[in-house]
Design a protein around this ligand. Sequence first.
Ligand code: ATP
Length: 236
Amino acid sequence: MAPILELQDVHASYGRIEVLHGVDLAVPRGAVVALLGPNGAGKTTLMKVCSGRLRAASGHVHLGGSHVNDAAPDALARAGLCTIPEGRGIFPNLTVAENLRLSGLAGRASAAEIYETAFTRFPRLAERYDQLAGSMSGGEQQMLAMARALVTDPAVLLVDELSMGLAPLIVRQLYDVLGQIAERGVTVVAVEQFADMALRVADFAAVMTHGRIVAFDEPEVIRRDLAALYLGGAAA
Ligand code: ATP
């Protein structure tokens, strides 16, 4: 089946410093892909290129078969690509309900439908309907970020460092939910510095070092080779 998201020889820079040096990645429709790699490998930069927040200097980005190199973030969002950024992207001074309603604004869902989608998946958020998002625990805030993404009914969900600042048990639960979301047909790309949890739910894993994808394979293969891949990257 044709990949839903595909990058071919993508280069990207900050000013004059090139950070992505020719990324090739094909994300199969409906798959969960873990994007692993050490600090500074370029994972977040790659997410920025995919979501239209940073323009590729050269190469090709395709979403659902369309060439989207020059598409703005809102156009990509309308095309079904949703990002949960590092730091979660929620509004800390708004309530849970307000955060959810805002994310649903672009679509046609009513407030009731938005709450139904969010609270069915995350009952904990229903109990915290009127709470300011910034006063919730880190795990609850990540649930809210995931719920906000869900109510946009995405085709592709990009998640950057789901585990950031969270206890392992919470991370495990959140990855389980990501797996359930994927079972309903959403394609997921999960950037993760800590490989174990992401590999547990992934169908495929990609490893990035020094601005390139150096491996793409099934999770067991990547799990076995990860240390060597990271070390190989460090020596490059
Ligand atoms: P981490 O796991 O630490 O988040 P990462 O793999 O996501 O790392 P990126 O955040 O994409 O890596 O960073 C790749 C490189 O680009 C790093 O050397 C970083 O310092 C640099 N970089 C990132 N953002 C910027 C920016 N806005 N301006 C200049 N350089 C940047």
